[in-house]
Design a protein around this ligand. Structure first.
Ligand SMILES: *[C@@H]1O[C@H](CO)[C@@H](O)[C@H](O)[C@H]1NC(C)=O
Ligand SMILES: *[C@@H]1O[C@H](CO)[C@@H](O)[C@H](O)[C@H]1NC(C)=O
Length: 341
């Protein structure tokens, strides 16, 4: 049996014409795109509708998306007015936890006063202050819709223990209180001040911040825990960013799971008499390698006052104050809690 040879008829004239038109349109779109692309726009002329449209996506000096397509939030990559218009109608409550143990209570006043100026303005905010010195919590005037709860916790003779307890205390307080009172949560370090807008652009399911000491360096320089015996272990071919432990955020339920997991691994390490290189920050980094954050904040959201501002960091929103570790820590340590360079 032989099958008949297929007959190939030339495409009709109309098809060729259609294809030509489509190619022409494509070429025009490409040209238009090149003309309007951010790189070719004049800088700082401040007029023209297309500038308004594209102005917010003009940053080409920083990477603004992770390899798993989570935004990396830098000034100039978002429209604050648009963001507020999206999130305001949701009537969200943002929980904010800080630990003010021992002499760290002295940082509370500046933290709260600057937060009232820059942090989640016109949103409902609930501060949860954990302290062993409730009588020394300063009275700060809070704006409408903002609320402060003081929760007493025991003091400690070792700052490493305070750090170790942090995940556990946050976890327990989410369980008993915060999950009933808030939608999102940020766990922040108290020895810091706000200097510029920190708004709803920072909200996401699981949010972390790139440590200011490591945003401009390669993975092999990240101070992850490198001993396989630790539950925070990261091998040299693992890791995305080095995240700062001073900021943990996200939906309350997602941070609930994070704190549970980090605490569990921290305790397993303790049982094996091992303390990860940067304590809970090391465990946080491991967790976030296996559970990718849905939004990553640039170091604008966690700077350090002793660091000079760089070209990429156009604004500093939140920054750790310069402090005398020996004066504020019970057991005068030789190194800061967070990895620093
Ligand atoms: C906003 O949320 C708060 C607390 O969750 C609630 O008391 C208040 O009634 C809500 N407001 C509106 C307009 O839904
Ligand atoms: C809080 O505000 C009230 C009224 O505006 C003012 O009288 C009071 O001094 C303020 N308190 C503090 C601690 O700033």
């Amino acid at each position: 049996t032989t099958s008949p040879a297929p007959t190939i008829s030339p495409p009709p004239r109309t098809t060729i014409t259609t294809i030509s038109y489509l190619l022409l349109v494509l070429l025009l779109l490409l040209l238009l795109n090149t003309y309007l692309s951010p790189q070719t726009l004049p800088q700082n002329t401040g007029s023209g509708w297309y500038e308004d449209l594209l102005g917010f996506f003009r940053r080409t000096d920083v990477v603004s998306v992770t390899p798993w397509l989570a935004p990396i939030v830098w000034e100039g990559t978002f429209d604050p007015v648009l963001i507020d218009n999206i999130y305001k109608p949701m009537n969200l409550t943002i929980a904010t936890t800080v630990f003010a143990v021992g002499k760290y209570v002295s940082f509370l006043k500046d933290f709260l006063e600057t937060a009232e100026k820059h942090f989640m303005i016109n949103f409902r905010v609930r501060y949860y202050v954990f302290t062993d010195r409730p009588n020394e919590v300063p009275s700060v005037n809070l704006s409408g819709g903002r609320h402060l709860t003081v929760i007493s916790i025991p003091g400690s003779n070792r700052w490493q223990e305070i750090s170790a307890q942090r995940m556990k205390i946050i976890h327990n307080t989410i369980e008993t209180q915060i999950r009933k009172e808030a939608d999102y949560i940020f766990c922040l370090d108290v020895d810091s001040k706000f200097h510029f807008r920190w708004g709803a652009e920072s909200l996401g399911r699981l949010v972390s911040v790139i440590h200011p000491g490591y945003y401009d360096t390669t993975r092999n320089n990240f101070p992850y825990e490198r001993r396989p015996a630790s539950k925070a272990f990261m091998s040299m071919d693992q890791g995305d960013y080095y995240y700062g432990g001073a900021v943990i955020g996200g939906l309350v339920e997602d941070v609930y799971i994070l704190t549970k997991e980090c605490q569990k691994r921290f305790e397993e390490d303790a049982k094996n008499s091992i303390e990860a290189a940067w304590q809970e920050e090391s465990h946080l980094n491991r967790y976030l390698y296996y559970n990718k954050p849905s939004k990553v904040l640039s170091p604008e959201y966690l700077w350090q006052d002793f660091k000079a501002r760089t070209k990429k960091v156009k604004v500093i929103r939140f920054s750790g104050v310069i402090k005398n570790y020996a004066a504020v820590r019970p057991n005068a340590p030789s190194k800061p809690v967070s990895a620093s360079v």
